[in-house]
Design a protein around this ligand. Structure first.
Ligand SMILES: Cc1ncc(COP(=O)(O)O)c(C=O)c1O
Length: 404
């Protein structure tokens, strides 16, 4: 490996919410027992250094002492076009289809503001990324959940019959697709997206495809952009991407939309402009250009290998040591979504008690209930292997088998 994904990155005092126990524990804070250092395994950022070309690009620009008004550089668009073509096989993408968004969630809301009337219903799969719940309800939309279902192999699948019934009965005309899916980790296969998009066509539903996780694909899985499955999908979908999840740049802010349909694009651009806050930061523009360099392609491939190993390690460990905890192996993202229903029932424990037992030994994992997992825990595996193993040893010894 050319890049370092094994050293422990000291983020203390470096603006990292990941290491703030009060933020991780939210409603039920418990003190961490003496002798246990916090291990960050919740909020979706990574405990790895980003690719050096990001810092180099920012520093190079910061050495020039003026930061006045600016226009987005051609290199920014070129870098995105090359990235999408090389990694996702996207063809026909030009600068006019790409638009800056501060955040993916802001882009989701701008698109919904185009597709919906006030108080409209929006179809969203559950389990559901907490940010969708927050931003949709905050903006007065009603979420109609279509639950994903695990098939005979434990793979989360869309329930097309349920989706169809809800679209028809509730007269829904906007849907969110989370691809890959957070928190279930599904990388949707082409036929799954085709079938969903066929339904959306049938019921005249416009689609917001959140593809923020699309670079973080594990093993041999392959990301299929929603817009690529048909000409109709290309024209009814707003797709959102960012270098933030991929390269650990959330604190720099900066995402982008791809919209081929010029009517939708112009309406989304209008919506995005209304707050007058949706403006690019010059350093964040250079960060994207730095990330989407050849070094970034190589760094990402190495990262995907590391994450694939971590997911294998964690899933094997859970299978071998935590009977009653159920997990469907993620195909993308670096998140695990643990169903602890059986374990809690077998041991007479509540999910609050289980979460607290982990917190007490410094494992900063995340309550899965706000993601619509009634007895679930979400775990972030993007941390050096020594910390990952330490976390699972602590869980084994002090949380799942305290009598050992
Ligand atoms: C599916 C999904 N969309 C959006 C976001 C947040 O994106 P942003 O910070 O750009 O709004 C996240 C962050 O975890 C996410 O998982």
């Amino acid at each position: 490996m050319q890049y370092d994904f094994t050293s422990i990155l000291d983020r203390v005092g470096k603006d990292a919410i990941a290491l703030e126990p009060e933020a991780a524990m939210r409603a039920n804070p418990v003190p961490i027992r003496e002798g246990f250092t916090p291990i960050p395994m919740w909020v979706a950022d990574m405990n790895f250094a980003t690719v050096p070309t990001v810092q180099e690009a920012i520093i190079r620009r910061a050495q020039h002492p003026a930061f006045g008004y600016f226009n987005t550089r051609k290199e920014y668009y070129d870098a995105i076009i090359r990235w999408q073509e090389t990694r996702n096989g996207v063809t026909g993408l030009t600068a006019e289809h790409i638009g800056y968004e501060n955040g993916v969630l802001g882009g989701v809301v701008s698109a919904l503001n185009v597709f919906c009337s006030k108080g409209d219903k929006v179809l969203v799969h559950s389990p559901t990324y907490i940010g969708f719940t927050g931003s949709l309800t905050n903006n007065g939309y009603h979420i109609v959940h279509s639950p994903l279902k695990q098939d005979e192999n434990g793979v989360w699948r869309m329930d097309y019959a349920d989706m169809e019934e809800k679209l028809r009965k509730e007269k829904i005309h906007a849907a969110i697709l989370c691809s890959p899916h957070n928190p279930c980790g599904r990388v949707w296969e082409r036929w799954e997206l085709e079938r969903a998009m066929e339904l959306y066509r049938k019921y005249a539903v416009y689609v917001v495809s959140d593809e923020i996780w699309s670079d973080l694909i594990l093993g041999n899985h392959k990301h299929i952009p929603t817009q690529s499955v048909s000409e109709d999908a290309r024209m009814r979908t707003v797709a959102l991407y960012a270098p933030s999840k991929t390269f650990n740049l959330a604190g720099l802010v900066g995402s982008y939309h791809i919209i081929y349909n010029s009517w939708i694009r112009e309406r989304v651009e209008k919506e995005s402009s209304l707050c007058h806050y949706n403006d690019q930061n010059v350093l964040s523009m250079h960060a994207l250009i730095g990330a989407y360099q050849p070094e970034g392609y190589q760094w990402l491939d190495e990262l995907r290998e590391v994450l694939t190993q971590h997911v294998d390690y964690a899933c094997d460990f859970i299978r071998d040591h935590f009977p009653g905890v159920q997990v469907s192996k993620p195909e993308g993202t670096y998140m695990l979504f643990l169903d602890c229903t059986q374990w809690c029932a077998d041991h007479g424990k509540t999910i609050d008690g289980l979460l607290a037992a982990g917190f007490e030994v410094g494992v900063l994992w995340q309550d899965g209930r706000p993601f619509h997992g009634p007895c679930a825990i979400r775990m972030n595996l993007a941390l050096p292997q020594v910390l990952l193993e330490e976390a699972f040893q602590r869980l084994d010894r002090y949380v799942f088998h305290p009598q050992k």
